[in-house]
Design a protein around this ligand. Structure first.
Ligand SMILES: C[S@@+](CC[C@H](N)C(=O)[O-])C[C@H]1O[C@@H](n2cnc3c(N)ncnc32)[C@H](O)[C@@H]1O
Length: 285
């Protein structure tokens, strides 16, 4: 693959999902795309580059390239401390919101509090929140805050990871990463080598495809947005646009959580920064 061909491929990836691949990522492109060349009907990367620079590509081509080029690394309770902050700092506040909203408009249907995992990958992040909510409802719900008061939306650009999130079925290796055994026993059913998330947790979830490079303010209002370990792949212009929309669709007092290598520095001044232990949270005043 020569420089022009590499550029054609990286431009396509950038225009499709906003991921910036610098000049030093040739090995990555080669490693990720070579296995899908036969499916795409291309004999080599030169052939693929020609196809991608030739204008409109099919839905299947786009899906295969996005699925191959996105990094989907995730695990249950990834990084630990953000989930402690969610449990101990945000959840008491969310319970208060549920009670207040019920008192104000008790006839309103559907979840009273909405949470969005904006790059949910194979779902572990969303299910981790779901398990913490279920624990808290059992312990402190007192019949006035119920599981159905919470809605968790998980979105991702990759159809491959979303189908695993929807299936809610994890391997022995998946559950060995970050999931405390007592949580596994409470919220999963074992079926041979697979672990299925229990219905009570799945009932809170909705998963759908969404490219956060495209406008998303139509998604509606949220109380908490998690957008972890994805902005790092985008350029500053894209990050600014995404953060401005998060601000717009968060409820007053709502929380934004980014990945541990991500922050708002030089990108957004609207949010107020709060710390809880090792966790940095951004709030809409
Ligand atoms: C590294 S994973 C992070 C998963 C999870 N948030 C976590 O921190 O464990 C990044 C996810 O972002 C998704 N992604 C990449 N570009 C995207 C885009 N433009 N819109 C939505 N999701 C995207 C990838 O498919 C991948 O599943």
């Amino acid at each position: 693959m020569n420089t022009g061909e590499y550029k054609a491929i990286t431009n396509y990836v950038f225009n499709t999902c906003g991921i910036v691949l610098g000049e030093d990522k040739q090995y990555l492109v080669q490693q990720r795309l070579t296995p899908v060349l036969p499916d795409l009907g291309c004999k080599d990367l030169t052939d693929l580059a020609k196809r991608l620079s030739g204008g409109v590509t099919s839905f299947v081509t786009r899906e295969k390239i996005v699925n191959a080029m996105t990094t989907n690394e995730t695990s249950f309770f990834r990084d630990g401390h953000p989930f402690v902050a969610f449990r101990d700092k945000m959840l008491p506040d969310l319970f208060k919101r549920v009670r207040e909203r019920k008192a104000r408009s008790y006839q309103r249907r559907g979840p009273k509090v909405s949470i969005w995992c904006a790059a949910v990958s194979t779902g572990q992040e969303a299910y981790s929140l779901g398990m913490l909510i279920a624990d808290a409802v059992k312990l402190k719900g007192m019949g006035t805050v119920l599981l159905e008061d919470f809605g968790i939306l998980g979105t991702d650009i990759s159809s491959r990871v979303l189908s695993k999130a929807l299936e809610a079925k994890y391997t022995v290796l998946d559950v060995a990463r970050g999931l405390p055994p007592e949580m596994r026993d409470r919220y999963f059913e074992r079926d041979g080598d697979s672990f299925h998330v229990r219905k009570e947790i799945c009932g809170m979830m909705e998963f759908k495809a969404l490219n956060i490079q495209e406008p998303f303010s139509q998604l509606g209002g949220f109380d908490v947005i998690l957008c972890r370990n994805i902005l790092i792949y985008f350029n500053d212009d894209a990050k600014r646009k995404i953060l401005a929309q998060f601000f717009q669709i968060l409820a007053p007092g709502g929380y934004l959580m980014l990945g541990s290598a991500e922050n708002l520095y030089g990108l957004n001044k609207d949010f107020v920064t709060e710390r809880y232990g090792a966790t940095v949270m951004y709030r809409k005043p």
